[in-house]
Design a binder for this molecule. Structure first.
Ligand code: ADP
Ligand code: F6P
Length: 478
């Protein structure tokens, strides 16, 4: 079995296998911010490996190479997809970790499968890691993996990064099996979070529920039996985007021309307002549509002058809350268009599908305003992509205070999306903002995003992990 010095473990591989009607397999980029970020990090790594699921139930494809990286597919049966992915990951953890915007559901059988599947990912990673290698585990679907890997391979350095929020103690304490989850995470040497608040929530949970003391960000985890105690560090590493790649696309003359063409195709309105999200109830799409519908109804927006373009990537389509969201969003878009669209052109242009990076960048370049109205979001890369796509220093970002990105992108128009009146005011403010004011805000936003890219994020995480030394070495002096 080949071995690797850096092994990424995530629920999804960077590509999903789609089976065509003729039985052939087509590989497409997987959805979500984790893949957007880690794909570009791994492109710069020699002989890296990525362990993950190929996105369909059944037997996993054989390991294969893509973009100089070795991909190791892990298989999930249809029942495991239901209990581990749709169940415990996205029916229990996802809503609980996102402020219970939807009701978390818990079944003991889901937990059993979550444990079994986590063990499978851990074994797959342990088998391909070279002696003393670094294994980097990602996200809430795999919280038990760090300790499971440590048990199989005590020689490895183990990092864990949580891409979504970590909830406050009062919410986390509701999770059945909460202590097992914390013990799973504490198998890592370094546990990374998007925001300082997430790290503090985690430290509080560890102290309150397991009784482990911490000094600042370092937790002392007592050894079992004669084992020595270990120090686990938990702190924030705000994720970012491949700024250079996005900037290069944004400067590409064909992309700039495509942005002009998009505006023509939309009927050359004075203002183009854009939303780009996975179709997820955490993204605040319903709140955004409500605000837009009311602004049209109030006569504050003329549908001949302004259009809302909403791109919604299909997501978790067999989970009830997502089905219900899709029905509601599509009903609302239909109603608003029925009530307000001029002949031959919509008031809201809605697309329920994915587009390639060039098209997304052209859309960002065509957008006078981007609305990020998440009710809770770990980071939100769309906000950063928009900023990196505007070398012309024009455009306005309306950003929810409840997205991790709001900690950094202070020059955006920050909103509480639960307050529809505030959201309406923010949209009108963005639409009316003069060019010089747009430029000042965009310059400040761009400094933040250009100075902090995803490569820097990965270096900082892996650098800190390395500085902690190998499990069998004394830790490096601070
Ligand atoms: P999440 O990880 O919750 O999906 P993020 O905003 O952090 O949210 O990341 C979403 C990523 O998916 C971004 O890189 C964004 O450009 C991409 N994306 C979202 N919707 C689409 C779409 N319809 N087509 C292509 N890419 C999309
Ligand atoms: O970044 C959050 C995240 O949930 C990732 O963990 C996940 O891979 C992505 O969004 C998309 O969700 P899913 O893998 O369930 O389609």
């Amino acid at each position: 079995m080949p071995t690797h010095d850096l092994v990424v473990v995530a629920n999804r591989l960077p590509v999903d296998a789609h089976t065509e009607p003729d039985g052939s397999v087509r590989w497409v980029t997987s959805p979500g911010g984790l893949v957007t970020a880690m794909e570009s990090v791994m492109r710069g790594v020699d002989s890296g490996a990525w362990v993950g699921w190929a996105g369909s139930p059944g037997e996993a494809p054989e390991p294969f190479e893509a973009d100089g990286m070795q991909l190791y597919p892990v298989d999930l049966s249809a029942e495991e997809v239901r209990a581990y992915y749709e169940g415990f990951s996205n029916g229990t953890l996802w809503p609980l970790y996102h402020d219970v915007i939807a009701d978390p559901v818990f079944h003991r059988t889901w937990w059993d499968t979550y444990r079994e599947v986590n063990e499978r990912f851990a074994t797959a990673a342990a088998q391909v890691a070279s002696p003393g290698a670094t294994v980097w585990v990602h996200d809430y679907q795999l919280q038990l993996v760090p300790t499971m890997i440590r048990t199989q391979r005590p020689d490895l350095r183990i990092g864990f990064f949580n891409h979504i929020p970590f909830p406050p103690f009062e919410l986390f304490a509701q999770l059945p099996k909460r202590n097992q989850v914390l013990r799973g995470l504490l198998g890592a040497d370094l546990v990374g979070f998007q925001r300082e608040r997430d790290a503090l929530n985690f430290l509080t949970c560890v102290r309150q529920l397991l009784g482990h003391a911490h000094s600042h960000h370092d937790i002392t985890v007592p050894g079992i039996g004669s084992e020595p105690a270990r120090t686990v560090t938990a702190r924030a590493f705000p994720i970012s985007i491949d700024t250079q790649a996005v900037s290069a696309l944004a400067e590409d003359p064909e992309v700039i021309e495509r942005a002009r063409e998009l505006r023509r195709e939309l009927g050359d309105p004075k203002k183009v307002v854009v939303g780009v999200d996975r179709l997820d109830y955490t993204k605040g799409i319903r709140h955004r549509l409500k605000a837009w519908g009311e602004l049209l109804n109030d006569g504050a927006i003329d549908p001949h002058d302004a259009i809302l373009v909403q791109v919604a990537t299909p997501s978790r389509e067999r989970v009830d809350a997502y089905r219900q969201l899709r029905d509601e969003v599509e009903l609302t878009v239909g109603r608003i268009n029925g009530d307000f669209a001029p002949i031959g052109r919509p008031a809201i242009s809605y697309m329920h599908r994915s587009f390639d990076r060039r098209e997304m960048t052209a859309l960002y370049r065509a957008a006078d305003v981007v609305l990020v109205t998440a009710l809770r979001d770990g980071m939100n890369l769309v906000a950063k992509e928009y900023v990196a796509s505007r070398p012309d220093e024009q455009g306005v970002l309306v950003l929810s205070e409840f997205a991790g990105a709001a900690d950094e992108l202070r020059a955006a128009i920050l909103v509480n999306p639960h307050d529809i009146d505030e959201l309406k005011t923010a949209i009108l403010h963005a639409l009316a903002m003069p060019e010089d004011e747009q430029r000042t805000a965009m310059q400040s936003l761009r400094r933040q995003v250009l100075d902090n890219d995803v490569q820097g994020w990965a270096q900082s995480f892996l650098g800190e992990l390395e500085a902690k030394g190998r499990p069998d070495e004394p830790a490096a002096a601070p």
